[in-house]
Design a protein around this ligand. Structure first.
Ligand code: PRX
Length: 645
């Protein structure tokens, strides 16, 4: 077993968890009084304009309700609550691609959010429950938009700017969005890039529900203007800086965020107000030891759940300073992040293993050139972190004094689930350690029996938690089937994450990766079915199967096995170019094939099911241990193996 690293003494001043006794005590408290403990935390951390009458209502499980009858406001929690005492403190530190900074106080943030809420209400007539699609770069207006939606009860659905126009269109249509908020584009690596053309294209092919497109001008490059377009900068001037707080029910929806599953259609994961904001705030305080006076930097994009929970909602609910960064970590050089840490005296830095591997590879000695002594917590998320990357992060970036929090969670969980608590949990490279207090994470077999120590089992959450996915937008059946159809515990269906995991003698949890047909490329989830559905659009292809192949930087890369209608009709290289053009248009650059092989057939069972497990073993160069006698044509395995050498 690898070495254990204890939190370094004196780094944490007045932490909530001084040592593991504090952790154990809270876990015990939850064990003894689950609902009451959540209720106490909700009362301490959220302002209730009207108190809740019941902590958890499971009468219609799995459509559970938290903090019933309570009235609160997420925008109030994130902005207005801080104004009386801390209005002049910095809420957002924006760093542009070119290095220029804007420091925005909570007072200024409040004014901008209120103006935006007035714009949405008065000009676009957005009401509670309307959907607003946000297709934006990492700029301040993206945050104003999200918080303005929260302020008026509109449901935002942020679509990552790297998704193509057709992926954007599918999400607009599924959510029946009334408003799209976008920007002309922004800057990356010193050059302008564009977003608006993708919106124009999406709008030209069946987004009838959209009444207006609000355009923010960031790079002022020429764009097409369409009848539904209007410009934020022209309309915002005349909007009032005040907006009367509206109080919402705990269970009113806050946002949708689309993510991949094992079918071709992305799922609109729905999070509701009170439960989500409570857990975003608590995990900020617990896991990161974040304090209002700190400066917190999460390098994610707001198009992913990490950006929602740990750039916007968690940090602002905790009243800290959150960094919003427009650029990329390697521009103008591999020292960019460390320069920013030094300049802004960052306390907590949170990124993905892909970025850590890239920064390690391209700038191993760069951290040594900067003063990184402000750091006390380093976080990772989204994929397993390999020991060499972990070691470099710990020793070179953290100078062997910072705690590393390897946080396991998902779009569906809203916030961290299994993670070290920076101030108290002893850590091990590549290990997510223990479930957070209140989270009943268990490694079990499908029938609920605990998986023996050291063996792979299903990572399930056996009790509801406040920031749990509420449903899949417009598809309750799929919600039940996707998350509650695989495992039971204590005779009841329980939430299965889709991940495998292992537990060791000290109850530490190591994530072993997805058990379903989802690939994790650079910490982003992409369903194999989505990719295969796009590949089908190529008229030369008869069938295909894609799997994840281990990749030095990305963690996993997409590898395609392609069966052509006419085997000799195109070369491998030309086919890859052709397929990637289609994938870029259909999904976006994150779905590109890293490598392909043209094969005469796929390993299929007699009922026609593709045995992806065999293909996964082949790309990893592993010996085939699966029983291949059930295949329609067992010989195909050795044929494919030879083609992959
Ligand atoms: O497979 C797990 C992996 O990322 C998946 C969730 O992806 P997404 O919903 O896009 O959210 C990513 C950011 C929270 C999980 O099912 N994953 C997440 N965190 C870790 C991880 N795998 C290993 N270690 C982690 N710390």
């Amino acid at each position: 077993m690898s070495k254990i690293y204890k939190p370094v003494k004196n780094i944490f001043k007045n932490p909530i968890f001084k040592d593991m006794d504090d952790y154990d005590n809270l876990v015990k408290k939850f064990d003894e009084n689950y609902e009451e403990t959540w209720g106490e935390l909700a009362k301490e951390n959220i302002f209730w304009q009207k108190p809740f009458t019941k902590v958890l209502d499971e009468s219609n499980a799995p459509f559970n309700k938290w903090f019933k009858d309570g009235k609160m406001s997420v925008a109030y929690e994130c902005v207005d609550k801080h104004l009386k005492t801390r209005g002049e403190d910095i809420a957002i530190l924006f760093e542009a691609d070119d290095g220029t900074n804007i420091k925005l106080t909570y007072n200024e943030l409040a004014k901008n959010v209120n103006k935006t809420a007035n714009l949405f209400t008065n000009v676009y007539e957005i009401k509670k429950g309307d959907r607003v699609v946000v297709y934006m770069p990492m700029i301040l207006e993206a945050i104003y938009t999200m918080l303005a939606c929260a302020k008026i009860g509109a449901i935002h659905s942020v679509v990552f700017g790297g998704f193509s126009s057709s992926a954007l269109r599918d999400r607009i249509i599924d959510a029946k969005a009334k408003l799209v908020v976008t920007a002309d584009g922004a800057y990356r690596k010193g050059k302008p890039y564009m977003l608006k053309p993708a919106v124009d294209e999406a709008m030209s092919s069946g987004c009838e529900s959209v009444q207006n497109v609000c355009v923010i001008r960031r790079n002022f490059e020429p764009i097409e203007t369409n009848p539904k377009d209007s410009f934020y900068d022209e309309l915002i001037q005349t909007q009032k800086e005040t907006f009367q707080t509206v109080w919402f029910d705990s269970e009113d929806p806050l946002f949708l965020l689309y993510t991949s599953g094992s079918t071709g259609q992305p799922k609109g994961v729905q999070h509701n107000m009170a439960g989500y904001i409570l857990w975003a705030k608590l995990t900020m305080k617990w896991v990161f030891d974040n304090k209002p006076d700190d400066t917190f930097w999460c390098t994610a994009d707001i198009g992913w759940i990490t950006g929602h929970s740990y750039i916007v909602y968690g940090p602002l609910a905790n009243g800290t300073t959150t960094v919003v960064f427009e650029g990329v970590p390697t521009y103008p050089d591999a020292g960019r992040c460390w320069k920013m840490v030094e300049q802004h005296k960052i306390d907590q830095f949170y990124t993905a293993p892909t970025a850590i591997r890239m920064l390690h590879k391209t700038g191993e000695d760069e951290p040594g050139k900067y003063d990184l002594s402000s750091l006390r917590v380093l976080g990772t998320v989204g994929e397993p972190i390999d020991p060499p990357a972990w070691k470099w992060y710990y020793e070179t970036v953290g100078n062997s004094r910072c705690s590393i929090v390897d946080t396991w969670w998902q779009t569906e969980t809203g916030g961290h689930m299994v993670s070290p608590i920076a101030s108290c949990t002893p850590i091990r490279p590549g290990c997510a350690t223990l479930p957070l207090p209140g989270i009943q994470a268990k490694i079990i077999e499908q029938d609920g029996t605990p998986t023996p120590v050291g063996e792979k089992g299903y990572l399930c959450i056996t009790k509801p938690w406040p920031s749990q996915i509420r449903t899949i937008w417009g598809d309750e059946k799929r919600f039940i089937k996707s998350y509650f159809g695989d495992c039971v515990y204590g005779g009841k269906p329980v939430y299965f994450s889709g991940d495998g995991a292992m537990i060791d003698e000290s109850d530490y949890i190591t994530i072993t990766g997805r058990t379903d047909d989802v690939i994790n490329v650079s910490g982003h989830r992409i369903g194999t079915a989505e990719i295969e559905a796009s590949i089908k659009d190529c008229d030369m292809v008869a069938s295909s199967a894609v799997v994840g192949k281990p990749h030095e930087i990305k963690g996993e890369a997409i590898f395609g096995f392609i069966v052509l209608k006419d085997e000799n009709s195109i070369s491998k290289d030309d086919l890859k170019i052709k397929l990637n053009k289609i994938l870029k248009e259909d999904i976006g650059a994150i779905a590109l094939l890293d490598d392909i092989v043209i094969v005469p057939d796929l390993p299929k069972t007699r009922s026609g099911k593709i045995m992806r497990r065999i293909l996964r073993s082949i790309v990893k160069g592993e010996a085939i241990v699966q029983d291949i006698s059930t295949l329609e044509d067992p010989n195909i395995v050795s044929v494919i193996e030879k083609l992959c050498v």
